[in-house]
Structure formats: C-alpha cells, structure tokens
Design a protein around this ligand. Sequence first.
Ligand SMILES: [Fe+2]
Ligand SMILES: [Fe+2]
Length: 373
Amino acid sequence: MSTTEDIIGRADVNDLEAILGVTNTDVNELVHHVKDNADCIFTWDYEKGRRPALNKLYEKAKTSQWNGQTDLPWDTEVDQEAVVIANAEANGMLAGGVDLSGTVFEKWDEKQWLELGIESQNWMLSQFMHGEQGALVCTAKIVETVPWIDAKYYASTQVMDEARHVEVFAQYLDTKLSGHYPINAHLKMLLDDIIEDSRWDMTYLGMQIMVEGLALAAFGFIHMMTQEPLLKQLLRYVMSDEARHVAFGVLSLKEYYEGLDIDEIRERQEFAFEAAVRMRDRLLQQEVWERMGIDSKEAVQAVMLSPERQMFQQMLFSKIVPNCKKLGLLDAGDGWLRQKFGEIGVIQFEDWTDTGDEYETFALSDEELKTAS
Ligand SMILES: [Fe+2]
Ligand SMILES: [Fe+2]
C-alpha cells in the first residue's frame, strides 16, 4: 500500500510550495512524446449488443453527431473585455466581500482586474483544449486496448467527438480570445500517467471518470454563467457529448471492477486520488500569475480567501465523487478513498446524481440537431 507521498510526490496534499514548484519546463516544445505501454487487443467475438448498455450508447452517439464548423454561430462578434466584465461575478476574486488588504491585490485598479479576467479566460480555454486532446488520444487508445467489441464501437464514436471538441476550442481561442497558454504542468503529468499505464481500465478511470467528470462539471458551470452566445452554445453541444463519455466510463468499469480483487481495487482507488489531486493542483492557474508577474504563492493564498472560489473548486468534483461511489471505489477495503476525498474537501458530493444515464438529459433535441446532417 502506498503512502500519500508515493502517490502524489508530497506528504501534505496542501503543500503550496511543492505544488507551485512543479512547472512546465518545455513550453516551447511542439511535439511531446509519451511511452504507451499497453497491449493492443483484437477480439474475434463480434456479437453486437452483448453489452446492451454500451450498444445503446453507441447507437445514440451515431445519431448525435454535430459539425463544429456549420452548427455553431461563428459569425458572433465576441468582445472579450465586455464578456469578462459581465462574468466578473463568476470570478471568485471579483465577487466582493473579501478583505484584500495586505495581499498582492490590495492596490489593484480596474485595469489590472480586467487583465486578470482576460488572462484567466485565455488560460482556462487553453487548458480545455489541451485536455480535449488528451481525451482524443486516450480514447483512441481505448479502441485498441479494450477487449469488448461494443466498447470498441462506442469508443470509435468518442474519438470523433473529441476531434470536434479540440477543433472548436482551438477555433474559439484563435478567433475570439487573445492568446494561448501551454499545457499546465499538473494536467500534463496526469495525461502522461494515464497514457503510460499498461492496464486498459486505467485509461477509462483517468480519462472518462476523472478528467471528463471534472470537465462536465466545469463546462456546466461556465455554460450557466456565461452570456456570450457562441461559447454558451459551444459548451451546450460539447456537454451533450461529454455526458455520454462519462457514462461510457461508468458502464464499462462497473462490469470490470466486479471481477477485481481487493488489492487491484486499491490500486484503482490510489489512481483516482492521484488524478483528483493533479486536477485540483492545476486549478491554481500558476501560469497566469507568472505571466502577469505576480508572486504565485501570494496570489493563490489571497485567491483562496474567497469562499466563492473555494466553492467553485469543490463543485468541480460534483460528478466525480458520485461516479466513484457507484463504481464501489469509495468504500472498498477500509474506505480509503472516502477518507482521502474527505481530506481534500469533496466527499459531500457522494450522493449527488451519478452519470450512468444522465446523458439522456443532456442530449441535444431534434431542433438543436436539425442542421447537423
Ligand atoms: Fe471532449
Ligand atoms: Fe469527452
């Protein structure tokens, strides 16, 4: 059994200096190589529908495809400054009610707050784009490694979905915002770990359950907050796909985990915890503070004073925790993951809706899909 230090590289999950000490040192690299250690598996069992829930998901995916070029209103004029001002309430720092005296923000004027809002948006959308490429690559890996034909079929539709997601986020960044950020070091570490793992189910756990579970919650939050019509519609369409992807993870792992012994389950619990910490660490947006020339540690300490900010960070785990519970990961063994999720302050979501069939409520209507043919 591993210690916290073995799993995440530090003994204290909240050790700010250790978190901020991990940075992306290859910001100028154009390609990034990762060793993919998994076996490619063929199956000669072609019986379609042996796993009815996966088959249903596959059939649903085939009729839910949309086109990132023709189904979104790309001619929308986006005034990023106006959007940032309108979203100011959504930014925990600007929500008011927090005493900033004695912090790096004490003497900030409106112009600096606006710059922070703009940089934060560029950073966030950039990380979404990088995460979507992670999903594209991981799901292509699942096509190769999963032994079930219904899962290979479904995963192939997700590969197409993820290509579309990378495409639309990249286009939004290029044509509507004002700059890109390289991938965050913590997100990069997590994606590398997922790809390097030789066990096919770990790709699902890292990507479909953890990364996509967080993405679904994050997109939902921003979709609700933003009044910018293009981004709102883009997120609506992406979320309708993401809800299927998370369901794919839940449905596949539910079956597979039933056949694992307690030691194997413990390894999955530890991986889920590692992924949760990496994603939590990345939310500190250290690259934004660096670009703005502000001390990251002081900035993060001040930001975390805001209750809205803390709530936002916790809310991002509102899909992950119930899904881990549904998979039996929270309480297996001695309830190790329940305790760990308690330590990082997210266990309160355990009884929220899991995403096993929530995709039906996120599905695009016939009206929304009418141009998608
Ligand atoms: Fe995606
Ligand atoms: Fe996805």
